[in-house]
Design a protein around this ligand. Structure first.
Ligand code: EPZ
Length: 421
């Protein structure tokens, strides 16, 4: 296993190239199951989760490989297997994105229930409800969801849940509806930019989807889809993470490839804190005034403030000049980073889905343990500003969603290195 060794205190300055979005790449790669011929995807980040999905797709007869330019080529070579097994799905929840494509194209999908998650309760009932509304028969077999249907039929589907829309449930139902008979309308659909990117890829393959980016999606079913070439959007959560790195270290970073339209809620909150965000030719320039203002943040489905940036924002507000509050409305239990930040001298008190953050003058370096992807990013950010040295253990969590983060940080002045345990 590896850990990061970080000595805090350096001001970050320079250019950070933003990678492609993990949460757009994964459903789009899964969608290649629906497609005849070859798909070529550009800007797919080199992440553990991406490599993991390639293994699963390989088991499902989808060959995927990168060419010298890094572009990923995907092609279905065998449609026999329709079983996404526990051994693979349990390692990465986003594997459930193969459910809709398998059902629509191969008439059968047997996908392991994902199981427990560090960020809280994550059922897949909305995925099943949505696919059954298209006519699938559902059965529960040895911990697997089994869905079958000879020919899916378009339907009007309300896909709202206890915490609002669901990103991957929308993706699964949208993908399945592209090959269903007739029209499907999805109400309370997720509006995330990653869903828009998926719909744009599918439309380029011959699908007929409208309304992407709004809560109402309309899909006219077609008989087949043909491979195409597509460029994955930039990763807005990586953008937000580096914006906070610039703010915390009183630095100045140019985030190359960042798309302003995707991060309005993030920009709004960070500007309230006192972070300066300017559009630049190739992206954004982020810097901060010395004084960080306390604010209130509530996470919500897009276009609200993303839950995937909640932990990182908490690390920032630890250093604000006053008391802040963060309420987590998407994953109410997503707070495993709180205890670790308190180990670094933060003053955080959790009450239900809300954390009160009393701003402190400084954080101190300490050995801390990453518990999940975004919590680990928050600990790395806190370490950049902490007095002394911090060891962030279990960095395999961060490798799931950030492409060589330590190299990108070191390139703009951070004192960080990856150490083999
Ligand atoms: C996606 O997960 C992202 N993952 C998550 O990012 C992100 O945190 C989440 O959306 C919310 O933005 C990918 O895109 C691969 P949801 P997803 O279904 O689709 C409840 C990261 O760090 N719900 O939108 O699994 C659910 O429990 C990851 O990159 C049901 O109740 O999230 C949650 O409270 C972590 N029943 C809420 O809806 C369902 O069937 C939103 O979850 C589905 C969801």
């Amino acid at each position: 296993m590896q850990h990061f060794e970080i000595v805090g205190g350096n001001r970050l300055k320079g250019v950070v190239p933003i990678s492609g979005a993990k949460n757009a790449s994964l459903p789009i790669m899964a969608a290649s199951i629906l497609v005849d011929g070859e798909t070529i995807l550009h800007n797919v980040p080199d992440l553990a989760d991406v490599r993991h999905l390639q293994v699963l797709l390989g088991r499902l007869g989808v060959k995927s490989q990168r060419d010298d330019s890094g572009a990923m080529h995907l092609r279905v070579e065998d449609e026999m297997n329709t079983h996404a097994e526990y051994e693979l799905v349990s390692k990465m929840r986003a594997s459930v994105c193969v459910m809709g494509p398998l059902l629509a194209k191969r008439k059968r999908a047997q996908v392991s229930m994902p199981g427990g998650c560090a960020i809280g309760d994550r059922p897949i009932d909305m995925h099943i409800q949505g696919l059954c509304a298209l006519g699938a028969e559902f059965e529960f077999v040895n911990g697997d969801v089994l869905l079958r249907n000879k020919k899916l039929t378009g339907a009007d589907i309300f896909l709202g849940g206890p915490f609002g829309s669901s990103v991957t449930a929308t993706a699964n139902v949208l993908m399945a509806a592209t090959l269903a008979d007739g029209r499907t309308i999805i109400e309370s659909a997720a509006c995330e930019p990653e869903i828009v990117d998926l719909a744009n890829y599918l439309n380029a393959c011959g699908a007929r989807i409208a309304g992407q980016g709004t809560p109402q999606l309309t899909i006219e079913g077609v008989s087949s889809l043909t491979g195409t070439e597509h460029r994955i959007i930039p990763d807005r959560i990586e953008v937000g993470t580096f914006m906070i790195a610039a703010a915390l270290t009183n630095g100045e970073l140019e985030l190359q490839g960042a798309q302003f339209e995707h991060i309005r809620a993030i920009v709004d909150r960070l500007r309230q804190v006192g972070v300066i965000v300017e559009r630049a030719e190739k992206g954004l320039i982020v810097s901060s005034s010395r004084r960080l203002e306390p604010v209130q943040i509530t996470t919500q489905p897009y276009p609200g403030f993303p839950t995937d940036l909640q932990a990182q924002a908490m690390a920032l507000l630890c250093l604000a000049d006053g008391n802040s509050m963060i309420t987590e409305k998407v994953f109410p239990d997503r707070f495993l980073h709180v205890g670790e930040l308190n180990r670094m001298g933060a003053h955080l008190r959790k009450a239900g889905p809300t954390v009160m953050i009393e701003g402190v003058k400084r954080l101190v370096g300490a050995p801390v343990m990453a518990s999940d992807l975004r919590a680990s990013a928050a600990l790395v950010l806190a370490a950049l500003i902490a007095k002394g040295t911090t060891q962030v253990q279990r960095v395999y969590h961060i490798d799931r969603g950030y492409e060589t983060i330590e190299r990108k940080l070191a390139a703009v002045g951070a004192n960080i290195r990856r150490v083999q345990d």
